[in-house]
Design a protein around this ligand. Structure first.
Ligand SMILES: Nc1ncnc2c1ncn2[C@@H]1O[C@H](COP(=O)(O)OP(=O)(O)O)[C@@H](O)[C@H]1O
Ligand SMILES: [Mg+2]
Length: 619
């Protein structure tokens, strides 16, 4: 080995760049974050050859003082934090002071800026092993432009890892979309090879925001997604949740932001998956755009240089809050449920949920939606919000309260000439007209034709009833004739011992039998005869990582679901109109009734507009 020596600044930065600058998209991410931190409200992004040849980002933010330009490009230099305490409550996207230095060490970087205090602007460029910065005057409006050319020109090994221009560009596209979703108030213009690729104008109203979400996630997502906003203490969760029937084969439409930062997190994905459990077709992934807001001091963002991960101080509280809020909304995504229900008081300046029904500039909402823009009279008291009241007016007769929604009303109504007083009495799924081949129920509602898969719908209703009945009596325990010893780790044994009471409520009687052993004395009666051991292991694993578990309930639900499937009306049975209407009313009153137990849709809507289009009427 040779003697010890200090690395040159460029080499030190190149090593650091290994963590932060993986590909052109990471350059774009770092530069955009700087522009957002600088308070820009317009950002222009110009890309050439997938960003490998050139990335240029121009913003109209606060700019950088001439004397600070050399510092901006040096490592460990930042204007965003001063002391460790600042790091504990950091409100900016950047804080490590190493992005520009890293990028500059592996590319040809130039930085132009103007704070509008000093002349026309200054241009900084850095060169050589010591990364000396040269400065010259340049014409630049208020704000900053960073140009990065020939990425990895001096690090051939890294360059080899770059993919095709198209692939690199699509990653840039993803980065821009993510930031566009997290900063609605900023306009983003993205160009590739001198051709406009995306334009996201600033979006302040909920309508404009939904337009942006539709541009990123596709209009089909927005058509069925449901806006919500829920707050508990200083935790707030809001955003757009896709219906279980809108599930995807890939987890590619999942956006989660924590305090404006896009993150990947185990606690979060576990909670979301659990919320959709029971309504999602096997192997499918839900779609969502979600925003979690919590005090900056409750979340550590300094976990990884790329800042893709966070650590929650109270991860169990966060998990519980996410699971609780989301599973409730998923449960409510059935017919007869209000679209975009406000779960808590809206913030004063918050666009009110549910204010958007019908067409949004080419995006038509609510047509194939499995959430109706109706007020549910019993379950959801109407919040005193202007938009909701406006919406109510459309569906309500003056002087009559929302209770007229006829839930549980089995009588036959004539739906002819819908309008006036009749209007408010049409239940969301309407009234049965007939049965098709003993499989589908045809019904007429305000929008047009409703088609219901009889068996699927009944299965869900039976299942929910069985669950409720089961929850009523609790999980009955069945003592084992011969207690079973379970070999576990010491940590698991400790965990089991610490949660004896919890296991008891789940129908499992445990006992510590040794340093690394637990004794099972009783198991849930419904699971008797099955192999309970792996289940207990999974429960222990859940408790160790998340502090809570729903394994037993889920397992029991699986069994109930199978029982419900066998106990439900089979296809081919002839129903009377009264029976059909009773089923429709039950669907409206049942949680999660938009999907059967296997996640398949139970009903669909063909609106008059769609029917007209089928027959080319009114053209
Ligand atoms: N677009 C920009 N507008 C204004 N200031 C900027 C911009 N980009 C970088 N800076 C300044 O340069 C500093 C260093 O940037 P960077 O290396 O990304 O580190 P960090 O963002 O972690 O502070 C920032 O703290 C900021 O003061
Ligand atoms: Mg930065």
């Amino acid at each position: 080995m040779s003697r010890i020596h200090l690395l040159s600044p460029r080499l030190a930065n190149q090593i650091a760049a290994g963590e932060v600058v993986e590909r052109p998209a990471s350059v774009v991410k770092e530069l955009l974050e700087n522009s957002l931190d600088a308070g820009a409200d317009t950002v222009d992004i110009d890309i050439e050859q997938g960003g490998i040849k050139r990335v240029r980002i121009r913003d109209n933010g606060c700019g950088i003082e001439k004397d600070d330009l050399p510092l901006a490009i040096s490592r460990h230099a930042t204007s965003k934090i001063l002391a460790l305490e600042d790091l504990e409550a950091v409100g900016t996207l950047g804080f490590r002071g190493e992005a520009l230095a890293s990028v500059a060490s592996v590319s040809r970087l130039s930085l132009s800026s103007n704070t509008q205090r000093e002349g026309a602007g200054w241009l900084a460029r850095c060169e050589g092993r010591d990364m000396k910065v040269g400065i010259e005057p340049t014409a630049h409006p208020q704000g900053t432009s960073v140009e990065v050319r020939d990425l990895f020109f001096n690090t051939p090994a890294r360059r080899k890892f770059l993919r095709t221009e198209k692939t690199e560009y699509s990653r840039i596209d993803d980065v821009v979309k993510k930031l566009a979703l997290s900063h609605f108030d900023v306009a983003f213009n993205l160009r590739h090879n001198n051709k406009p690729s995306h334009r996201f104008p600033a979006a302040t109203t909920q309508l404009e925001q939904e337009r942006r979400v539709a541009a990123v996630c596709g209009p089909a997502f927005m058509e069925q997604a449901r806006f919500f906003n829920t707050e508990v203490g200083d935790l707030r969760l809001w955003g757009w949740l896709g219906a279980p029937t809108f599930s995807r084969s890939q987890a590619d439409l999942q956006f989660f932001f924590v305090n404006g930062r896009s993150i990947r997190d185990k606690v979060v994905s576990h909670a979301v998956r659990q919320a959709y459990q029971d309504v999602l077709y096997h192997g499918r992934h839900p779609a969502y755009v979600l925003y979690l807001e919590l005090p900056a001091t409750d979340v550590d963002v300094n976990v990884h240089p790329t800042k893709h991960e966070v650590r929650f101080r109270e991860s169990r509280t966060v998990h519980g809050f996410l699971y609780g809020s989301l599973s409730r909304i998923v449960a409510e995504m059935g017919p007869g449920r209000e679209d975009g229900e406000q779960l808590s008081e809206p913030l004063a300046d918050e666009p009110v949920a549910g204010s958007v029904v019908g067409g949004i500039g080419g995006i038509t909402r609510g047509q194939k939606s499995h959430a109706f823009p109706y007020q549910h009279p019993v379950a959801f008291p109407v919040r005193d919000s202007g938009a909701v009241r406006e919406q109510m007016a459309v569906y309500q007769i003056p002087g009559q309260d929302g209770g007229a929604m006829a839930a549980g009303n089995n009588s036959l109504h004539s739906v002819e000439g819908i309008g006036g007083a009749e209007q408010a009495e049409i239940p969301p799924l309407g009234y049965a007209l007939s049965q098709l081949r003993g499989i589908f129920i045809l019904a007429e509602n305000r929008e047009g034709l409703v088609l219901v898969d009889m068996h699927a719908a009944h299965e869900r209703i039976t299942y929910e009833k069985m669950k409720t009945a089961y929850e009523g009596v609790g999980v009955a325990a069945q003592p084992l004739l011969v207690p079973e010893a379970l070999a576990v780790s010491e940590k698991e044994a400790d965990c089991g011992e610490a949660h004896l009471a919890l296991f008891e409520t789940l129908g499992i009687t445990l006992q510590r039998a040794g340093l690394e052993s637990l004794m099972v004395r009783a198991v849930p009666a419904l699971l008797r005869g099955g192999d309970v051991e792996p289940l207990i292991r999974d429960v222990l694993a859940d408790l160790l990582t998340h502090g809570t578990t729903r394994r037993i309930e889920e397992h029991i639900n699986d069994i109930l679901s199978t029982m419900a499937c066998h106990g439900s009306v089979r296809a081919g049975r002839q129903l009377t109109l009264t029976e059909m209407n009773a089923l429709l009313r039950e669907m409206e009153a049942t949680e999660r009734s938009g999907q059967c137990n296997h996640g398949r849709p139970t009903w669909t809507q063909l609106s008059m507009t769609e029917l007209d289009a089928l027959f080319m009427r009114g053209r």
